[in-house]
Design a protein around this ligand. Structure first.
Ligand SMILES: Nc1ncnc2c1ncn2[C@@H]1O[C@H](COP(=O)(O)OP(=O)(O)OP(=O)(O)O)[C@@H](O)[C@H]1O
Ligand SMILES: [Mg+2]
Length: 273
């Protein structure tokens, strides 16, 4: 390495250490299967913590399908670049910032074709090239499964407070939950618990709860795995609408059944930290 490169690397290392020191709690949201609601839960958890006055950041590590910027309505916002300073994450509200690969890309519709080592490098860059504000919570949204991204996140962010595993409650999805639990165990990261998502539909007319999957398979799996249930979130069409329009579901919908359950999940997570 040349002297200039050495100085640049030293600067990166300094910023990396400073960023890590400034984060009190890092929560990693994972799942065995895709499409179970990780990003939705990560985003609503972040808003709920920020609404209570905490400083919160969301790091979207889903390089191939970054949905957090859509869900936070920040698609048009780019990173702040100030002359001579490192860029900072995108500001969503006073208490909430978000960083996603999508904020760095020129063309949001272009597919990202990167292999393992490049992804690891990118997640490292998220921490050594970006100046994060001091945070009470950093919520990390992962792509499905136990691949390169969650592994890199855990290696790079080092001090992880815990993993939240999201699953729908059918037996087949719970088979994949086992992999996520074993992954966390192997890496010696605490599992805060499971969020069961889309468990039932609450009829908007009569309030009746309609089970979507065979009841009870979730309970059995929780017992088998010896992990806690952080909450059950019903299916609510407004969750889809708010995700698509970039407004958090909680907040406006705090009084609905799903709104109350989202709040319960974040309270249960806070209690565990
Ligand atoms: N409780 C819910 N009620 C209704 N729709 C929901 C609920 N949770 C998530 N969804 C919807 O399901 C879809 C998938 O959710 P989301 O993108 O959060 O899943 P994911 O696990 O992050 O997916 P991926 O594995 O692709 O990253 C989205 O359209 C979202 O709005
Ligand atoms: Mg997602």
């Amino acid at each position: 390495m040349t002297d200039a490169q050495n100085i640049q690397q030293e600067k990166k290392n300094e910023l990396y250490e400073k960023n890590l020191k400034g984060i009190k709690h890092t929560i990693v949201v994972m799942s065995g299967k895709g499409g179970v609601g990780k990003s939705t839960i990560a985003v609503n958890l972040a808003y709920s913590l920020a609404d209570k006055g905490s400083k919160v950041g969301i790091l979207d590590t889903d390089i191939h399908g970054p949905s957090v910027i859509k869900m936070t309505g920040t698609e048009d916002k780019k990173l702040m670049h100030q002359e001579g300073k490192s860029p900072t994450p995108v500001q969503v509200t006073d208490n909430l910032v978000v960083l996603s690969i999508a904020s760095l890309l020129q063309d949001p519709d272009a597919p990202v074709i990167w292999r393992g080592p490049m992804k690891i490098n990118l997640i490292k860059q998220f921490m050594e090239d970006i100046e994060w504000p001091a945070l009470d919570y950093l919520i990390v949204d992962c792509p499905p499964g136990t691949g390169d991204e969650p592994l890199s996140v855990i290696q790079i962010l080092k001090k992880i407070s815990g993993v939240v595993i999201v699953s729908t409650p059918q037996e087949i999805a719970y088979l994949d939950v086992r992999k996520a639990i074993n992954f966390a165990k192997k890496l010696e990261i605490p599992v805060l618990g499971i969020v069961e998502n889309m468990t039932e539909i609450v009829c908007p007319h009569c309030g009746q709860h309609i089970e979507l999957f065979k009841a009870g398979s979730g309970e059995k799996a929780l017992k088998d795995f010896n992990i806690d249930l952080l909450g059950r979130i019903p299916f609510d069409v407004k969750v889809v609408q708010s995700g698509a329009t970039g407004k958090p579901f909680i907040g406006e919908n705090a009084d609905t059944e799903a709104g109350k359950r989202f709040a319960e999940v974040s309270e249960n997570i806070m209690k565990k930290l």
